[in-house]
Ligand binder design. Sequence first.
Ligand code: FUC
Length: 949
Amino acid sequence: MNRCTVSHKLKKLWNKAPLVLFTVLCTFKASAQNNSKLWYNAPAQKWTDALPIGNGSIGGMVYGDVQNDRVQFNENTLWNGAPRAYARKGAYKYLAQIRALIAQGKQKEAEALAGKAFMGLKENELNYAKDSARWVNTMLSYYGPQDELFHPSTIKTISLPTEQGWELTRGLEGLDGTVWFRRYVEIPAGWKGKDVVLSLGRVRDMDVTYFNGERVGSTNGTAYRKYVIPASKLHTGRNVIAVQVLNFNDKGGLTSNAKEIKIYPQGNEAEALPLSGQWEYFIQDGEAPVYPKYNASYQPFADLHLQFAAKGEVTNYRRDLDLTNATAHVSYAQNGVTYTREYLVSAPDKAMAIQLAVSKPGQLTLKIGLTTLHHQYTIRKVNESTLALNLKVNNGVLKGVTYLHVSRQGGKLSIANNGINISGANSATLYLTAATSFRNYHDVTGDPDAICKKRITSVKAKSYAAVRSTHVADYQRYYNTFDIELGKGQNEGLPTDERIAKFNSKDDPGLVALFVKYSRYLLISSSRPDSKLPANLQGIWNDLLTPPWGSKFTTNINLQMNYWSAEMFNLSACTKPLFHMVNDLEQTEHATAKEHYNAPGWVLHHNTDIWCGTAPVNASNHGIWQPGAAWLSESLWEHYQFTQDKAFLRSQAYPAMKGAAEFFVANLVKDPTTGYLISTPSNSPEHGGLVAGPTMDHQIIRELFKNTSKASALLGLDPAFARTLQQKYAQIAPNRIGKYGQLQEWLEDKDDTTDTHRHVSHMWGVHPGTEITERTPELMQAAKRSMYYRGDDGTGWSISWKVNIWARMHDGDHAFKLLNRLLSTAESPDGGKDRGGLYHNMFDAHPPFQIDGNFGAAAGVGEMLLQSQFGTLDLLPALPTALPNGSVKGICARGGFVLNIDWKNGELQKVRITSTAGKPCIVNYAGKQIKFDTQKGATYQLNGNLQKI
Ligand code: FUC
């Protein structure tokens, strides 16, 4: 049973309401241990099977293979790109012209002009690109032979038979994007001193060939690939050939009869050795990388490999992730020995810790090593038990260092060939830490080596048990503030991947609860108060050099969605890195407001990155979207509403909100047709191109003006400015109902009822905004109609958003229908394309993995159970029929309230409300209402009829 960890004496007093508690940091012992774990009976095959661990800065993905275990890891400040300015000087001079073109209906012309003159500076317009030699060199070093690309776990092999040759690789599953092929060839001793010809046949697209690590040439089109390799470049015996094919697709990247794939001494083709047979290949990424070093993108750090010596049949394999204490485990039996591994990333010790144990003394023998995808790196021995890996990103703009320290009990330990060998030990402990030279968005002069050395020196002096217990206590400060149970079904005992595959609410309502707990785990693991950056598109986990959308911070929904559940689920402290970033953005964005709009205040477009780039990026049709700062300001206001922290409102929230509002006061323009104030140029996120006055902009701006003027009144600041905001508020183009009864997405009535675009931006006023409600029935009706037209499918985050919207529409069953869809498996059973849903490790699939879908859908469950956006506590406002029984503890509401809610057979049983700010409390449930004053720190209990008990 869930219980608050309060003293016995206090507990006795609990039934006497109101009761003053000493602290509202009431925590719940994690209940139902068996529904707080993700577990599997096989090791991870793919990255999305691996289990994430993290401390808000260092993240790891645990594969748990018996023989070759791998922990792919990240550090959240390892990024490509460089500190730089993004604003384009004088861009504002084109603003009037762009607006005029849009007003004349010349959208394409407006987009073309904006694309040329109004977008933020690209990297290649700066110094790097001027130095073309540097571009070329970077490309070469990046696309080098990179043996380290070929991790044992990522290599696949293909045998090219004599007949079809490369043709065979066409249509091979997963072979898409940039693919590396590699094979070895033994050069006969008799060829010594001769130049050789490497013949690889024809090329369909672009490729680059390497011989013994040196680039020998590249071709494209249909050119025949034949390279002469000088004798001096040949090794006696084994030589390695690597071919990187860019843009490989199902038509194949290479074509040739196998007979053409061969190597021979120049002038003597008769001695040719065939190169058909075994080739290894590695799929670098889904996209052809374009100058990846220069685009800001989040980078993988390195991989830790554990190669175990024991061989033999394995029984009782199990891999799990325990959400109650943030530890992952692997266990199995082999040759009569039980092997166990525990993995965690400690925030207090800023290090990953892995404990390896065996049931029989002396049976632990393994090799431990590090590899990285980055090309510029060194591995060195620090001392007899520590290795260090130093790497450079973007030719050293950013430096990364990782330290790996290993200790063992019994047996021997030695370091050789960049690996640590343990033999005959009883147990072993690994500590790993990682850091970069990033200090902040304009300072990369940190000393990661010193940071790692200090951390490892400190942690290695502690026992694993001590590190573990400090980690667990620290983690539980956050995790134990909340709990949720939604009933138990017959599938609850199955491995997590099977639960997902079979999900339905009758057989497994607990999976919904596990999903919510996991979202809290993911937030605590990727966004701690001292994290230097907020959770990005993949939290802090990414294994690709060219991750999807750069694994950046997309601000036209995704970044904000990452934090939707934070306040509600009692993780307010985890929002700190987001607000820290907002304060940094404010600094850079004054420049953008000035250069792009000649306006005061700050503006943020649809995307930002570690360098705080905030001018419009990508293409003008979706990159020019103005209300990023305004939406982030809403997140700040929400934080205040939940915490009632006036000091935060005064020092952090209000200045940002005011700056965002000042921008729009200056930048809204009068629409010549309607006379309303509109935002232009902008777009309804990623839908319909560059326009004037998209509905979403106006909903966000109105919310901003309303909240900012409320904040000014609360703080007693800027009354004249608040009056301006109120006046302007009334003049902004209102929401409109169109010819199909739909809520218009744009100023003009041009919605297409068959359009199922993933963004439902004009629903912002329903959620997360507050202006379309049951008190505006006509607009609510129109919004519902638009939602029906848009349909129930979508990318992961899109489905998640719809769960929230239907919950705000008080249609719990529709919200649950979408949640049900999201909790189903992302991988199509027939091997087709992935879809929005869950991967085996419960990561949400856009596809590919994007963490916003996890956070967003969990927030949607919160919206089903409690809503407080109108100053009242509305209990179970959208409880789906599918979740008739349950309890939630520690759920938070605006106004400073923490609630425990219990329901049965679809009806409220009781609610316990703790007031953290002493504000008056109004509770609504099923048409009933109760109002009462509260004392700060006091707790009140009500029954299902809202009577005090
Ligand atoms: C927005 C969305 C995409 C994706 C990207 C990261 O651009 O439209 O679907 O989520 O962000």
